[in-house]
Design a protein around this ligand. Structure first.
Ligand code: TUI
Length: 316
């Protein structure tokens, strides 16, 4: 079994997180991952405080293992979601798409373990100084909102810069990626795309079918002009968005309006024409629908095999 400081710190069997995917990561998916021994994460992004409270209680009916809530810091509900996390005694919080310092004191004083998702060394160092338990370092291979650096370059630089454990995210969907992340200095992994097709993941069947069919060049990045680049599957809608982005006669307001609600339309309606199907570059590696338990067991066994086989490179 692969064991790192992350197992101990969080009380989990596998140092594997399920990404806090907006609209996707509900109590059903998070409970399944946590019950299987990983860290399940509820996405706070698309909920206000009371909706999140209900989702946390739903998870607790299915699961008494450690879990997390992800706070998308650009969400208009971020402040109330931050309070609900304390009120509901959520054991772990992850954050994304911004700097979580505003909330860190409140969380750490309440005993919530804080694990920010970072895309740079600077933010990793800042949150480590303010009491983060660990960081998720996320490379640009990820789906959704991404930073500048890619996983291969980012992980070792973050691992060198902080003493707390680093969990690698972005571009990992199988045991080879998991083993590679450990070699780069990570002590755990976070996966989103692979869990999109988990049996317990309630996204629209069209979304799952698109991920299962996707190849290595199936994703693209749009939204740079608005300051938040987003990786998603190439569709007529995402291509149209990218075109509008290049068109100087289209205002930022028009661009924002065009994109509003598009993630929900993909996740809940499977809407080909108007949805944004956020997805990582590893979609081409994801070939079958499995239970969360099967995913955790399979990727761990594969990583262990890869790590054991690596001796062949130094035995000559
Ligand atoms: O947050 C994510 N991935 C996401 S959030 C999301 S929802 C969304 N919808 C519309 C527009 C934007 C987002 C979909 N996917 N991943 C974690 C992540 N955080 N990736 C990159 C970052 C990040 C980027 C810049 C974190 C901090 C940061 O700057 C911090 C600072 O210093 O201000």
């Amino acid at each position: 079994m692969i064991k790192t400081r992350v197992n101990e710190l969080l009380g989990i069997t596998y140092p594997i997180f399920q990404g806090g995917m907006a609209w996707v990561a509900d109590a059903s998916l998070a409970a399944a991952v946590s019950n299987a021994g990983g860290l399940g994460i509820i996405a706070g992004m698309n909920m206000n405080g009371e909706q999140l409270r209900a989702e946390i209680r739903k998870l607790r009916e299915k699961c008494n293992k450690p879990f997390a809530v992800n706070v998308m810091l650009m969400s208009p509900h971020a402040a109330e979601v931050a309070d609900v996390i304390v009120e509901e005694h959520v054991p772990v919080v992850t954050t994304g798409a911004g700097n979580p310092l505003t909330y860190m004191k409140k969380w750490t004083e309440a005993g919530v373990k804080v694990i920010p998702v970072v895309a740079s060394v600077a933010l990793a160092q800042m949150v480590a100084k303010r009491g983060a338990t660990a960081v998720v370092a996320e490379g640009g291979e990820s789906g959704g909102h991404i930073g500048e650096a890619n996983t291969m370059a980012l992980i070792p630089q973050v691992a060198d810069a902080v003493d707390i454990p680093v969990i690698a995210a972005g571009g990992i969907a199988d045991g080879r990626g998991y083993a590679a992340a450990l070699m780069l200095g990570a002590e755990g992994i976070q996966m989103g795309t692979r869990f999109l097709v988990a049996k317990e993941c309630n996204i629209h069947p069209n979304f799952k079918a698109k991920v299962l069919k996707a190849g290595d060049t199936a994703t693209m990045v749009s939204g740079r002009r608005l300051g938040h680049p987003i990786r998603s599957l190439k569709t007529p809608f995402s291509r149209k968005f990218a075109e509008m982005e290049k068109d100087a006669s289209v205002t930022d307001e028009q661009l924002n309006a065009f994109g509003t609600g598009a993630l929900r339309k993909a996740v809940t309606d499977g809407d080909d024409a108007n949805g944004v199907f956020m997805c990582g570059q590893v979609a081409g590696l994801v070939k079958k629908e499995q239970t969360c338990s099967e995913i955790l067991e399979e990727i761990t066994a594969q990583a262990e095999g890869v790590l054991a086989g690596a001796k062949k490179y130094s035995d000559r």
